[in-house]
Write a protein that binds this ligand. Structure first.
Ligand SMILES: [Zn+2]
Length: 251
């Protein structure tokens, strides 16, 4: 597989390799003899290329996310001074490996908690990670047109949207949004206090909501259902724990 944020490849090595790659490209342009040596040392680069995206399997993409989350939890994320290189490398095109639907909660930014780069994923965020026609259309574009092979629906602990739904909150357009979460309340098996004040229950509903959303994606989208049947993509759920920083993929 391609070398994506692998633990064995620290940032400094990647930067050095990138410099080597750029030097190699320059030498190649000048018709020098050392181009092949530079090509052998070619790293993953600052962003996913089309060929790297095509070569990755869904399981490899999920493993990339898990490794990134482990780095995040350990406080060993990659250096932010690489962001400029990532921006420059993605201007001409994007080849995201996955499409992520997550809550807008300011404490759960997907790229940060998975230590991903600019261009690695499509990231759709909305309160309570709810699905609608527009979101399904975005997922269809990501997977059918842009080559992404994984859809991740990511919920999180202590979710305000889930809490509000349990509490029966009503406010303008928010009322309709929270209604999309309501089926998860009835579907959640829970012994204990089923209230918005009990975070054990709130988290259980959030996880059930993720599972129902994952199921509804292929129920409602024939485009995505066909891609899943063909083994081209995977649709998976995940829960992010605000307290521990751990991202747990659901079976
Ligand atoms: Zn939330």
């Amino acid at each position: 597989m391609c070398d994506l944020h692998d633990e064995s490849t620290p940032c400094t090595t990647r930067r050095e390799a990138l410099t080597t790659l750029r030097t190699g490209a320059l030498l190649g342009a000048l018709g020098a003899l050392f181009t092949s040596n530079a090509a052998e040392a070619a790293p993953a680069g600052p962003a996913l290329s089309k060929s790297q995206q095509a070569a990755m399997t869904a399981d490899e993409i999920l493993a990339m996310m898990k490794r990134g989350n482990e780095r995040f939890r350990a406080g060993k994320t990659h250096a932010h001074n690489e962001l400029r290189e990532q921006r420059e490398a993605t201007v001409a095109g994007q080849y995201p490996a996955a499409m992520l639907l997550s809550c807008m909660d300011s404490r759960a930014p997907a790229e940060v908690i998975m230590d991903l780069r600019v261009g690695d994923i499509f990231n759709a965020r909305v309160a309570g990670n709810v699905i609608n026609e527009d979101m399904l259309g975005s997922m269809e574009f990501a997977c059918k047109v842009a080559g992404s092979k994984v859809i991740v629906v990511m919920g999180h602990t202590r979710c305000g949207a889930v809490k509000g739904t349990i509490a029966g909150a009503k406010l303008g357009h928010l009322t309709g949004l929270l209604e999309r979460i309501r089926p998860a309340i009835d579907a959640t098996t829970f012994t204990g206090e089923r209230t918005a004040e009990n975070y054990a229950f709130v988290d259980a509903v959030a996880e059930k909501h993720v599972a129902l959303t994952v199921a509804s994606i292929t129920e409602r989208s024939t485009v995505l259902a066909e891609l899943v049947r063909a083994g081209t993509i995977k649709v998976v759920g995940a829960m992010y724990d605000l307290e521990s920083g751990a991202l747990r993929f659901l079976a």
